[in-house]
Design a protein around this ligand. Structure first.
Ligand code: MIG
Length: 803
């Protein structure tokens, strides 16, 4: 498969134990060294240094912050075992014989247990470890994979690859995130294998009672997340994102609907596109320019014929509430008359092969050289070119082809690891931020470092602006810099289905800002497929329609009037719930929780949720069950144990732990709100620029028991929020009563316009707002919605109603 394993040798026995304040180091008979560090109560790091490598400095692109509150440890040794014990009770038992580790949680339960000794192949550098697995254990995460959501019995490879029109099952894809969450009987733990080399995860496929992971080089360096007392998926992700970072709040406009294709040009077409959205009253915020906006595919240029005055175009678009995002690829055209190339060559910014020559390969512009984004000087140099675009008013940047992808070269040889020839040869050298290494080591981080270059450039050059970066390739930690889309998918029902587990797994891999090309990139969707895809994406964190060159029009109005109305409604729904989506990004920044969540993430105690991959949650209160089959007008939906749900459109109530047949005519996205849930909403706006003067609403699902929730908003751009400029709305519900309170210093003229209660059985007799009898409420019988207007610009409300 990946490598011949017959030269793998066990690392040997523990011959010497050295104690540290926060862990131990074992010297092993093979000469290898294994170090255990208690990063915190719930994070244990295991680092195996191959023989002779002891002095190799600790270095990772994924880890942002390793300053945890380390736990002090007690070490007990006897003849057979070494035991490392913390105050919290979490402990590791190591068998001297074979250095077999078992990690126990504070309640004495096994979290992770070695199935056999870690092993390595000193000639190839290959390393591997195997852990015991219970056959009912499920695994999630491991980034973007075109496979079923649950990873058990899958073997996955991490090697960023450009996979045009990937058939389901294709592996690897564009992103490599070697982190997973294991769940069994409601209990979770996680492992992050921090190794950027080509790696693999065999999650019980080869041997049912164990899972293995390893890499073609580097260290066996992994973190075990025990999840603390609760051992909840939420805690695992909190710790993982404390280590690898979280996404800073995106600009509000980036949550709006985005329209793209390869490519909108010339300028006139872009103007017409924008006008059509406004004329048709279909809300939208962003238009993308793909590679044809450039002059012969040279990055940081404009095609002078098609875009003679970009500044004017962008300013006119902005007046109409549109932002522009442009694509930037890593390939720099080798051209003596092109400043970017000449500067890069003269200052040594391009990747070189071993012998010192510039590495060149064919991409869109022809023969190209490639910046070494693992060099801080190169990042700064390349980043400076973004200034022109920022000055012209470009709002965001789209980094493509950064696996890196090159057009297949006939002269590259496949080596023993069977590396695809669509990328750099492994002999290409990288600076590695002071830790030089070859492409085998840095391939998987190249794209992420390009996204970082873009992110940091925008931060540096335009400090008042929140960056929007969209990247195709990435590695663990990519969430710090960028949103991610799932690359070149296909306009098929199968791909629509696949997008749900792909996006959910990206979310639980620490990457919250994710979306698929709505309608499919390759091929042409029918009106029905496009409409269903847009419905399914109405509440995905990132929502952009995109299509390949040469395909027919793929805009919300491209499929006739009936579908135009349906597509408008999907986008309107997104804008109505945008305040919720935005608040969830804040929650992510605080806790690492994803915006779009697989069912099990919120309901790990309900094992029936583990394999559900055709419905998902948006936060805690909204459940989306899109139609994923051609011609279907009904579908079953599972309502997990622990909560009851209300049909968004009809007010019908569903009991916890039930599976129901739900009507889903073509114009309707099956959507549900949690009983007891409450969140901010707003009337339809045409773009996010209208939000500041549009009143907020509170939507709540009336329940019998009491519940509380809390929501966030701020200026939607800039960084004042990091200095305390924001508002929180706390909502409390009890039987026949809802109250809420706004606090915070963000000075907004935004009124809270009304409160909308779902799931009310009949028109109430009496409604009181802050003690005063309200008369102007309305009750809609078919949808079971009670709307109570609020007036007076108060910050605190108590609403009571009696049915
Ligand atoms: O070789 O820029 O995934 O979204 O439209 C194809 C052209 C390069 C691949 C991206 C796709 C984009 C296309 N790009």
């Amino acid at each position: 498969m990946l490598i011949t394993r017959d030269r793998l040798r066990a690392v040997g026995d523990i011959v010497r134990v050295t104690r540290h304040t926060h862990g131990v180091t074992f010297a092993l008979t093979s000469g290898a060294v294994l170090r255990l560090t208690f990063m915190s109560r719930s994070v244990i790091r295991v680092r195996l240094l191959p023989p002779g490598d002891e002095l190799e400095p600790d270095w990772s692109y994924a880890v942002q912050d390793s300053r945890f509150e380390s736990e002090e440890v007690l070490v007990e040794e006897d003849h057979d075992v070494v035991e490392i014990i913390t105050m919290s009770g979490v402990r590791v038992v190591a068998l001297r014989d074979g250095c077999i580790l078992t990690i126990f949680d504070e309640d004495g339960r096994v979290v992770v247990e070695d199935y056999q000794s870690p092993s390595l192949d000193s000639s190839s550098g290959f390393i591997e470890t195997a852990k015991r697995r219970e056959t009912n254990e499920r695994y999630f995460g491991l980034g973007e994979k075109a496979k079923p959501m649950s990873r058990d019995r899958q073997t996955l490879v991490m090697w960023n690859t450009d996979t045009y029109a990937y058939p389901p099952g294709t592996d690897p894809l564009y992103q490599s995130i070697p982190f997973f969450i294991a769940v069994r009987e409601g209990i979770a733990h996680g492992i992050f294998f921090d190794n950027p080399y080509r790696s693999f995860f065999d999650m019980g496929e080869t041997i049912e009672e164990c899972y293995k992971f390893g890499a073609a080089g580097g260290e066996l360096n992994y973190y075990v997340f025990t999840g603390g007392r609760k051992r909840s998926p939420r805690n695992i992700l909190r710790d993982y994102t404390s280590l690898t970072g979280r996404s800073p709040l995106p600009p509000l406009w980036a949550l709006g609907y985005q329209q793209s294709r390869w490519s909108y040009y010339p300028e006139q077409r872009v103007r017409e596109l924008a006008r059509r959205f406004r004329e048709s009253r279909i809300p939208a915020d962003v238009i993308y320019l793909d590679i044809d906006y450039m002059d012969d595919f040279r990055v940081f240029t404009w095609n002078p014929t098609h875009f003679p005055n970009p500044k004017q175009l962008i300013s006119d678009l902005k007046d109409d509430g549109f932002r522009l995002v442009v694509i930037i690829d890593p390939g720099i055209k080798v051209d003596e008359n092109y400043q970017v190339y000449c500067e890069g060559r003269d200052h040594g910014h391009f990747c070189r092969i071993e012998e010192g020559q510039e590495f060149q390969a064919q991409v869109w512009p022809g023969i190209c050289a490639f910046p070494d984004f693992t060099n801080p000087k190169t990042r700064e140099w390349f980043g400076a070119f973004y200034r022109q675009y920022l000055d012209e008013g470009v709002s965001g940047f789209w980094n493509d082809m950064n696996e890196p992808s090159i057009f297949p070269q006939r002269d590259t040889q496949e080596d023993e690891f069977d590396l695809p020839e669509k990328t750099f040869p492994v002999s290409v050298q990288h600076a590695g931020d002071g830790h030089p290494g070859d492409h085998a080591r840095y391939h998987n981080v190249y794209g992420m470092q390009m996204a970082r270059t873009t992110y940091e450039a925008v931060r540096r050059l335009s400090p008042q602006q929140r960056p929007l970066v969209l990247t195709r390739a990435g590695f663990a930690g990519v969430q710090r810099y960028s949103a991610v889309w799932t690359g070149d998918n296909v306009a098929s029902w199968e791909h629509l289905s696949l997008s749900i587990p792909m996006l959910c797994n990206l979310g639980v891999s620490g990457v919250p800002f994710v979306g698929s090309d709505v309608g499919g990139f390759s091929g042409e969707p029918s009106g029905e497929l496009f409409a269903r895809w847009l419905q399914a994406s109405a509440l995905t964190p990132f929502c952009r329609s995109h299509a390949e060159i040469g395909t027919s029009d793929q805009e919300p109005w491209s499929y006739g009037e009936q579908f135009e109305a349906i597509n408008r409604a999907s986008i309107e729904l997104r804008y109505q719930l945008l305040p919720l989506l935005y608040s969830l990004f804040h929650e992510h920044e605080e806790t690492g929780a994803p915006v779009m969540r697989p069912m099990w993430f919120n309901y790990p105690m309900d094992e029936a949720t583990y394999l559900i991959e055709d419905q998902f949650l948006v936060g805690a209160d909204v459940l989306v069950a899109p139609v994923l089959r051609e011609g279907a007008v009904r579908r079953t939906v599972y309502f997990p144990s622990g909560d009851r749900w209300i049909n968004w459109w009809t007010g019908e109530l569903y009991e916890a732990g039930t599976e129901m047949e739900i009507d889903a005519p073509i114009e309707r996205l099956p959507l549900f709100a949690r009983v007891g849930g409450a969140f901010p909403t707003q009337p339809v706006v045409q773009h996010t620029g209208e939000m500041s003067f549009t009143p907020l609403g509170i939507t709540a699902v009336a329940g019998d028991s009491s519940s509380v929730s809390s929501f966030y908003y701020d200026a939607g751009d800039g960084f004042d929020y990091q200095r305390g400029s924001f508002c929180i709305i706390d909502i409390a519900q009890a039987k026949d009563r809802i109250s809420f309170k706004r606090t915070g210093t963000f000075n907004s003229s935004r009124e809270i316009g009304d409160i909308e209660l779902l799931g009310i059985k009949a028109a109430p007799q009496v409604v009181k707002v802050n003690g005063v009898l309200a008369k102007d409420f309305t009750f809609n019988e078919p949808t079971k919605r009670l709307v109570i207007p609020l007036s007076g610009g108060e910050d605190e409300w108590i609403v009571t109603y009696s049915v």
